[in-house]
Design a protein around this ligand. Structure first.
Ligand code: NAP
Length: 303
């Protein structure tokens, strides 16, 4: 039997509910009205049942509240405050979120590429949680080359997203770990007619898109992912890839975690077209949250 909230809602159950809400949004059916929620025995989201755990309030910035008359679990509030707004509400079936971990001076790696790890354990867990809440995690070619990441959520419970690597000219070798997993779990997004042919890159599927001025248009990348049912897109890096999504107006949410360290050189978080007036800066609404020794800026893109 599912434990009652009166027995004590804990982090594991709250997280399982968040994952179930994200899965539901990923199927095109996000929770969009105020409704009391709990997790059913079969792992699906139960609405307006007995002993709800929390109330979804999708039209508020916080996204949720405790049910009236039920005990508040203060220790869970940071978790719910951070993730409920990206799990419930209109548009969560088309979430496009990016996260970068940077220094105080806006660097995501040293010049040579090393970046593990700029931020602390709490931010690494956060990164894995974003993977578990997404249908697909997108990275650029340099990130694979430098880190050979698995891009799976190993620091939290939850399903593994599909991985999508943007490598327009297929310069990457096929021995990297994401290309050697089960077929169907990794996509290589490349330019039509790139020199290396073939429908497979290692065990990954090759997706070809038409380049425009030497780049793969971000809207075409997002449209192709959505066509495959991958609605919730998480752009994990690096800076160039996140910047291209931002410049294309394709990000709905941006998470930047700032570590209290200065490199004074290295690879930048953002590389965008030059602006000449402060009014041309990217418009963001933001809240900040503490993640261990780091500070996370949780930004909604647009005013
Ligand atoms: N601190 C963090 O949060 C974090 C996160 C991830 C990675 N990293 C680090 O960041 C570094 C990599 O970041 P980066 O900014 O140098 O590169 P990146 O974003 O990983 O990769 C950039 C490359 O991806 C391809 N690409 C991305 N979007 C494209 C598009 N729309 N059209 C065509 N090609 C596209 C291009 O490949 P081509 O060059 O082939 O054209 C581009 O040069 C590594 O050192 C990694 O360790 C840090």
């Amino acid at each position: 039997m599912t434990p009652s909230v009166r027995d004590g809602l804990d982090e594991e159950r709250a997280w399982a509910l968040l994952v179930a809400l994200a899965r539901r949004a990923g199927r095109g059916d996000p929770v969009v009205r105020d409704v009391a929620l709990r997790l059913g025995d079969d792992g699906s989201v139960e609405e307006d049942g007995v002993d709800p755990w929390i109330v979804a309030r999708p039209r508020t910035d916080r996204g949720w509240s405790w049910p009236e008359g039920f005990p508040a679990h203060r220790e869970l509030e940071p978790l719910l405050d951070l993730y409920m707004p990206i799990c419930v509400g209109e548009g969560q079936d088309a979430l496009t979120i990016a996260h970068l971990a940077q220094t105080l001076d806006g660097r995501i790696a040293v010049v040579g590429g090393a970046s593990q790890f700029i931020t602390g354990e709490e931010d690494l867990v956060h990164c894995h949680r974003l993977r578990a809440l997404s249908d697909v995690v997108v990275v650029g070619r340099h990130t694979i080359e430098e880190d050979d990441p698995q891009l799976t959520p190993r620091r939290c419970a939850g399903p593994s997203p599909v991985r999508a690597v943007i490598d327009p000219d297929r310069r990457l070798g096929d021995a990297y770990r994401v290309f050697q997993d089960e077929p169907g779990t990794t996509l290589v997004i490349s330019a039509t007619g790139s020199s290396r042919g073939g429908a497979r890159h290692g065990r990954a599927e090759v997706v070809e898109l038409d380049a425009v001025d030497g780049q793969l248009p971000v809207p075409a990348i997002v449209a192709e992912l959505r066509r495959r049912g991958l609605r919730r897109v998480y752009v994990e890096g690096g800076g160039l890839t996140v910047s291209r999504f931002l410049a294309a107006g394709a990000l709905t949410r941006l998470h930047v975690t700032v570590a209290p360290t200065v490199f004074g050189s290295g690879r930048p978080s953002f590389v965008l077209p030059e602006i000449h007036a402060l009014s041309q800066a990217v418009a963001l609404r933001w809240q900040h949250r503490t993640l261990g020794r780091d500070v996370l800026f949780d930004c909604v893109v647009g005013r």
